[in-house]
Design a protein around this ligand. Sequence first.
Ligand code: C2O
Ligand code: CU
Ligand code: CU
Length: 563
Amino acid sequence: MRGSSRSKPNRGLSRRTFLKLAGGAIGALAIGPALSRVGIEPLGIGTASEEGGLDLERFVDPLPIPAVMQPTGRDQGATYYEIRMVEFPQKLHRDLPPTVVWGYNGTFPGPTIETRMNERVRVKWINDLPEDHVLPVDTTIPGAEYPDNPYVRNVVHLHGGHVAPESDGHPEDWFTPGQHALYEYPNSQPGATLWYHDHALGITRLNVYAGLAGFYIIRNPREKTLRLPGGNYEIPVVIQDRSFSDDGSLFYPETFMPEFFGDTAVVNGKVWPHLAVEPRRYRFRLLNGSTGRFYNLQLLVMEGGAPSQPGPPLHQIGTDGGLLPAPIRIDGRLLLAPAERADVIIDFSGFEGQSLLLHNDAKTPFISLDQTEDEVPLPEIMRFDVSDSPSSPDTSILPRKLATVPKIPEQSAIKVRDLTLEMKMVMRPGGGMRMQHLLNGLEFHDPVTEKPQLGTTEIWRLINVIDDAHPVHLHLVQFQILDRQPFDVEQYMASGELVFTGDPVPPDPNEDGWKDTVRANPGEVTRIIAHFGDFAGQYVWHCHILEHEDFEMMRPLEVVPGR
Ligand code: C2O
Ligand code: CU
Ligand code: CU
């Protein structure tokens, strides 16, 4: 069932085993002063926390709310925006000197674009960045080789958007300082929390880490009748992790690492912020905008400065691609993989005068919920301080029903694709070995293999043989999760035969809506179903751990026109 001409990667190799194997090679690598100062293991996990991390005071700055972008005017019957990517200093914490970051229109995160369903939007994305990258570029990564590829290259992708290929922000459509691109977004899809971010080949992790990301909200005018919390009571929240050097500059390793985790939570561009809320309902559009960190979130009541019993539950009303059929009460924790969104309602009434910690217990790197090892813990995210009384009566409700999400029938699929998530060890130019993650054993520039026909439906079986959960993202479509099923990894690696070791498990209730990013757990086959309608052409699909995406865990997705 698998092509025989393919090179055989070391599938199923665990991270532990790999690091042990790689141990001998580490000494042979040139370790820069910055790396050795912060105690980074070049082949493993990067973090600045081990020696050089700054311990900044928690919850001293208020949570910023990204400004909603005002259109520049109209262009060809569409709402028109001009957005500049620029470098600038931004104060990320009371006790940090301003940090040089990259942002759209001079803010990190960028301004929020708000639009309505079927409103055509055109954006002129202008590259006004300097010629030098704010972070060290590892030019040994395919697509980032210098001088063929300038250090500063950018392209903007609307994550979750149903757009024509010319406007999708293909990783190779990058442009350099002084250049621009004009993209059009039809917004012909359900109301949803999308986000835009950089996608340049080989340096996406660096461009996003530097700050290039923002919210893009499509509103369904009919949503008003649901009486969800709105206005000041509806707040987009992007959670990211960063590390800083002593001078307040962003820290990111010079040498490519298969994963990098920051030791500091940065929410809407502030380190460990707090938000004053009223005892009433709020709607939060949560986005995991981190390069590789998963979050498993719960509100905990703070007592004497320490978290104690659970705070209010989250009621999830929406997924990546829009509203769920009905709210899902999250009694325990909400798990968010990189790039996933959760639209949630929180009712702070009953918690008057209390402080609530948004607490994370996802282990890093993330394998599963019951793993015990955490190489870079980040338990605190932000704090909510509930006032004594609401400033006006709360007229919002938590509706019983939200939207219809028609199930894509399994029988409508004309093709089933088996796609393996795997890893191999490769030589690093200059000596030593490093980890490379792949989809079906292929690199980005290998011939296109995923070529769905326009107007057809397909089932993709994501077969994860690695000891690591991968958030798999498809451009162009919003798909649905069918199920996840454990299989015998050894057997699969030996013979290519899929032998299931348990029953298929349906998606979690809060995943049972439109999705564009799905968590593929280790040792499981994750089945998704997608309809490829409207647009034909070149797109991509990839793991949204940006280090994986940059180092070959990304493949072309070409929708071909029918006969
Ligand atoms: Cu959010 Cu291809 O990316
Ligand atoms: Cu995308
Ligand atoms: Cu991955």
